[in-house]
Write a protein that binds this ligand. Sequence first.
Ligand code: ZN
Ligand code: ZN
Length: 137
Amino acid sequence: MTVAGLSSGRGAGFGAVQGRVGICALLTGKAQHADELLVASGCRPRLVSHGPGLPFHLHYASVRAGLASRVKALTAAGLAHAIDDGAGSRLRVCNRARCGTVFIDISRNGRRHFCSVRCANQVNVANRRRQRLTAAR
Ligand SMILES: [Zn+2]
Ligand SMILES: [Zn+2]
């Protein structure tokens, strides 16, 4: 399952007003895409108990559906819940070229640009190499 479209605002240089419009458009795009994933995955939430006295919990797809279908429905529901909870602006695509991982930035300041320390280190090392080469010329 890919979440294409989440990266549509990457690298945009937002001014004050343009920023708000751009961020709204980006969030709308994320919401539309998450909604499409809900439909495509066949997400149909149900409250289920597996027997008398056992607790009720949510199933996002039928128990009879295969594991892949259940994971797709749960993932689509998770993305939709993140947007519904106001965390849509924290749904991001990793800034490292060719990574493509979508992540939720749970950092305190909300300024993470990479899915992992590994991706951040690779980009930082490449940037330092480039700076050293430029300075040596
Ligand atoms: Zn269950
Ligand atoms: Zn990454």
